[in-house]
Every structure is written in C-alpha cells, then in structure tokens.
Design a protein around this ligand. Structure first.
Ligand SMILES: NC(=O)c1ccc[n+]([C@@H]2O[C@H](COP(=O)([O-])OP(=O)(O)OC[C@H]3O[C@@H](n4cnc5c(N)ncnc54)[C@H](OP(=O)(O)O)[C@@H]3O)[C@@H](O)[C@H]2O)c1
Length: 306
C-alpha cells in the first residue's frame, strides 16, 4: 500500500484525506517517482474547491491533490526513455503530486532532472511558480533598464518574478503589506504597500516613472501601471479573475518558453536565485498546510514532505 491525498467531494481543506491506496506501478511508457516533497500552489486548493476548474484540468471525483513534486525515479517502464532508476527528478502532475508515488509518461513534458546541490524541497517548488513567473515577465518583454512594478511580489510566483527581473537588470518595485517589506528587500525589491493610494506611493518611489508591470495577485498593480502611463503591452496579469484591461496580457505556466525552467535551475545552482520556503508540513498535516496557503499571505513557498 502507499499514501495519497485525495478528495471525494469538492470543498475547502476539510475535504482532503490522506488515504492508503494500492501501490501504483509504471506502465511501459512511464517512470514511477517516489515523491519526497510536493510544493503547493493556489491552483491546488482552487481545483479542489471548484468543479469547473477541476474539469478544465480533466479532473473528476474522486480526485488526487497537488501539482508540483520532487523525488527519485524508482521504476522504469520498458519503453520509457531519458531516465533511469535512482535519478533525482522534479516535475508537475496536476491532481496527483501529494502522494508517495507519481507515474509520469516520459514522452510528455513535465519531468526534469534535479541537479546535485539543489534539494528536493526546493526542486518541488519550481514548475508551476517558476514557469508562471518566467511567462509573466516574457509577456512584457522585460529588459535591462526597466523599472517594473510587481503586484503580489512576495508570493510563490512573486519570489521568482522579483529575482528574475533583478537578474535581467531591471529595477523592481514590489507590492506587499508592510510586515513583508523586509522580506521583499531581501530579494532585491523595493517594497510598496498595496491598497488605496498605490499610484501615489509608486510615483514617490519612482518620480521618473515605471516602464512595465506584472500583477501576480489581482488587478490593482496592472490598473496602477495603466494610470501611471505604462503601455498596456508592457503589462501582464497572472491571477485568475476578470479579463485584463484591453491590451494587457494574461500569462500562466503553460505560456512559458522553452528553457525557462532550466534557466531558473541554473540561477539557483549559481546562487543567483534563492527559494524561500515559508513552511514545510508533513503530509499528515495537509489540511493545515492548505489552510495556510489559502490565506494568501505566504512569503515564498509551502512544501509537503512525504
Ligand atoms: N495560470 C497559471 O498558470 C498560474 C500559475 C501559478 C499561479 N497562478 C496564480 O497566480 C497568483 C499568485 O500565486 P502565488 O503562488 O504567488 O500565491 P498568492 O497566494 O497569490 O500570493 C501570496 C502573496 O500575496 C500577497 N498579497 C495578499 N493580499 C494582497 C493584495 N491585496 N495585493 C497584493 N498582494 C497581496 C501576500 O503578501 P502579504 O503577506 O504582504 O499580504 C503574499 O505574499 C494566484 O492567483 C495563482 O492562482 C496562476
């Protein structure tokens, strides 16, 4: 037997159950990964609470939980290619990652080797957030010399977006609540409080103006950037919600260009990007972990250990 977090009805953290299930085995075109860490994202609890969102990802009840994972390949199907038993890997498997074992088709995208020097906890945070941050910045063609406003800069996507933007040579102004300012400064961003009056506060920080923006939380930073005269094509939004203002692009993990994740991995390996882990919860405490994540004041990433 093995363990997996599953749910039989849609709802909040209370629907999640750690169940004993028969141990799965790799089909000929699959590898089996013994998962040691699973990174959480808002999409995980959103899928578990919204049937229409679950359907978009091809999930129906009863369903598994979580997307990002890291661990070790421990079974290799006869036709599977590119990986051998004992390889450390990380990847994304929507609706399946918070489990002792994940099966992955090696012909499909979604599995990467974990380099030596990067631990499983960190690797398990990378796919959804890292790809989304890359896509959000690519959508606005961020470049050296830009002054970029990042909305929701301290969240799971924000930590990557801030550091990628700094690496690209931009000046970064990031929104957060005041208690989060020190955390954001540590990542290289200049913090500014979200909420009414944001445009005035950004103007005070950057009297010469901002040139680009990405909103990782809602619409406030995008609308502020428009108000401050930024061209719509240099503004992106990532959060689910109402359609963005005309000309503003919407970017998600699936929009990331080839090599995006590899660049983040290289930057972590080189010590140019750090991944703050806000908390690690043993899988038995999955409901508490998801409750924390859903409060939307996480700084960095939440990881489940298995
Ligand atoms: N489509 C995709 O492929 C995709 C992929 C990944 C994520 N997403 C979406 O992207 C968004 C960001 O996800 P995330 O992982 O970074 O987690 P998150 O839960 O959205 O971010 C948490 C952060 O949001 C900040 N925050 C809270 N209230 C805020 C407000 N009113 N204005 C601005 N910031 C606020 C918090 O800072 P304080 O603690 O200082 O308040 C906290 O650091 C989510 O909506 C998620 O669904 C989409």
């Amino acid at each position: 037997m093995s363990r997996a977090v599953r749910y039989q009805r849609f709802g909040g953290p209370e629907v999640l159950e750690l169940q004993e299930i028969p141990e799965p085995h790799a089909a000929p075109d699959e590898v089996r990964v013994r998962v040691t860490a699973a990174g959480l994202n808002p999409m995980d609890w959103q899928i578990a609470s919204k049937p229409d969102m679950a359907a978009q990802f091809g999930l129906s009840l009863p369903a598994g939980f979580g997307s990002d994972f890291a661990g070790v390949v421990d079974e290799v199907g006869a036709e599977a290619t590119g990986f051998t038993a004992g390889d450390r890997v990380f990847g994304a498997a929507i609706g399946r990652s918070v489990a002792d074992f994940v099966l992955v088709k090696t012909s499909a995208a979604g599995l990467w080797p974990t380099p030596d020097g990067i631990g499983d906890e960190v690797a398990a945070t990378l796919p959804v957030s890292g790809l989304t941050a890359s896509a959000a910045l690519a959508a606005i063609e961020l470049r050296a010399g830009d002054t970029v406003l990042i909305g929701g800069a301290a969240g799971g996507v924000g930590i990557f977006a801030v550091q990628l933007a700094k690496l690209a040579g931009a000046r970064v102004i990031g929104t957060a609540s005041e208690g989060t300012f020190g955390f954001l400064r540590g990542l290289g961003a200049e913090p500014v409080a979200y909420g009414p009056g944001l445009a005035d506060r950004v103007r005070a920080l950057a009297p010469e103006g901002i040139t680009a923006a990405t909103d990782l939380f809602g619409r406030e930073a995008a609308e502020t950037a428009l108000k401050l005269g930024v061209a719509p094509k240099r503004i992106s939004v990532v959060a689910d919600g109402p359609a963005p203002p005309p000309g503003v692009s919407k970017a998600g993990a699936l929009d990331a260009g080839p090599g995006s994740l590899e660049r983040i991995v290289d930057a972590i390996h080189a010590g140019e990007i750090t991944v703050p882990i806000a908390a690690t919860f043993p899988v038995e405490r999955i409901r508490e972990a998801v409750t924390t994540q859903a409060e939307r004041h996480v700084h960095g990433k939440i990881v489940i250990s298995l």
